[in-house]
Design a protein around this ligand. Structure first.
Ligand code: ATP
Ligand code: MG
Length: 422
């Protein structure tokens, strides 16, 4: 019996890993352009951390977490809570008034696996802590946009404001009385949410619930003066940066800790898994977790969904994988090639060689399979003349090259030719 991976846990095979490496490289570069520094965090945290931050009555905490009940430990379902836990624990705010941090890694949620929805998935998370100005919101959203742009992914941007502890309770009461009148027309989950998490009803995907909330009061009409002002400035600052957006008053987000600005990058190319990345402001959260009273804002991008879109849009197709394939014909040639290959690798080239003494034809096939840019053919005859044949696999041009001097010298001149030739 073959052992297979667990449902919802996926291997990322080498051809795909090329896309992942590219995605991560672009992301790190952009995050660092904005001054963010990497922080690496553990995967297991105390369950209480997520209950206190994400919220007891959210889908994630209610039913999606992988928890070891006897140990009070959970596999993190998202990155923000862990990042803030570390931020508070190490007093990072003392170093610098505004901190920009990012982290990349796996997250775990017990959901129904589908295309673009896994139980182990990966996020790229960025957080800006210690700044409450609306320019910071716009700057962060624009960074997300820049990342998707540079990865060649088209997505629309939706924004909303969820208000603050001053104005949200009033809106919540208004909404609850609106929803109670329609209770019997809502889905079973939403019927329950009226009492536990009424705002979530606004972004329920059930078509009946959707049509019921069309005339619901809008949070944007209920914002207090400062929240209203903040939202207006975020919009204006996005315009200043040339970032297009639309306002979606139904966007609520599934985590309790958000205040004021929330946003999502949406695609139409992944079926029901429309959200590529999402985030928002969480001004009370750090204090709620026992830290200083600092504001914060962040987002998380879903890497599986980005990788699927990159594949659909043929972004980052792998180029030549190996610089050189060395085809040695006969035992003597192989004995010469063996240390030469090692030296070429020390000089920074990606080099492959066959060790099983196959025919020239078989070795040329292998060179094609590893997608080598060049092949070096060494036969006994050539060896006697201290020469070899260098073939450019793309143009199919061949030239005779000298193999003279020490192995290091041979490797040096070969490496130069290969580099000049590509
Ligand atoms: P969704 O509405 O698709 O469930 P979400 O609101 O739960 O998304 P967040 O918690 O905001 O998602 O996480 C940010 C991003 O992480 C999402 O936009 C998505 O791209 C990605 N993501 C979330 N859950 C999964 C999952 N189970 N599998 C793959 N990617 C995911
Ligand atoms: Mg979800």
């Amino acid at each position: 019996m073959k052992i297979k991976a667990i449902n919802g846990f996926k291997d990322i095979l080498p051809d795909e890993a090329v896309r992942w490496q590219y995605m991560e490289g672009v992301a790190r570069d952009i995050f660092e352009r904005f001054g963010a520094r990497e922080i690496r965090l553990p995967i297991l945290e105390k369950t209480e951390l997520f209950a206190r931050s994400i919220g007891e009555a959210t889908d994630i905490v209610e039913k999606e977490m992988y928890t070891f009940p006897d140990k009070g430990i959970t596999m993190r379902p998202e990155g923000t809570a862990s990042l803030l836990r570390a931020f508070i624990e190490h007093g990072l705010h003392v170093q610098q008034p505004v901190q920009r941090l990012y982290t990349i890694g796996p997250m775990f949620r017990h959901e129904r696996p589908q295309k673009g929805r896994l139980r182990q998935f990966h996020q790229m998370d960025v957080e800006v802590i210690g700044a409450s100005e609306p320019r910071v919101d716009a700057e962060l959203i624009a960074m997300g946009r820049m990342l998707l742009d540079e990865l060649g992914i088209s997505a629309s941007l939706e924004i909303n404001s969820l208000g603050c502890p001053e104005c949200r309770p009033g809106f919540r009461r208004q909404l609850v009385s609106f929803l109670k009148e329609r209770r019997d027309r809502l889905c079973r989950d939403c019927d329950r949410r009226i009492d536990t998490n009424p705002l979530r009803v606004l972004d329920c995907k059930n078509p009946d619930c959707r049509s019921q909330v069309q005339d619901a009061p809008s949070i944007l009409d209920a914002l207090c003066g400062p929240c209203d002002d903040h939202f207006a400035h975020v919009c204006r600052n996005l315009e200043a940066l040339g970032v297009a957006y639309s306002v979606n008053r139904f966007m609520v987000r599934g985590l309790d800790y958000y205040t004021r600005t929330t946003f999502e990058f949406i695609t139409g190319d992944l079926g029901a898994q429309a959200a590529i990345g999402a985030g928002g402001r969480y001004d009370g959260l750090i204090e709620q977790l026992g830290g200083p009273a600092l504001p914060g804002i962040g987002f998380a991008m879903g890497m599986e969904r980005i990788a699927l879109l990159m594949e659909q849009q043929e972004v980052a197709r792998p180029g030549p994988r190996m610089d050189l394939f060395v085809a040695a014909l006969g035992e003597k040639a192989a004995g010469h090639a063996f240390p030469l290959v090692h030296q070429l690798r020390r000089q920074g080239l990606k080099v492959a060689m066959d060790h099983s003494g196959r025919s020239l034809k078989a070795q040329m096939k292998q060179a094609g399979r590893v997608n080598a840019a060049h092949t070096l053919i060494i036969g006994d005859n050539e060896l006697q003349q201290q020469e070899a044949i260098l073939r450019n696999m793309e143009t199919r041009e061949q030239e005779t090259v000298p193999l003279q001097g020490t192995v290091t010298e041979q490797a040096h001149s070969l490496a130069r030719r290969v580099r000049d030739n590509s």
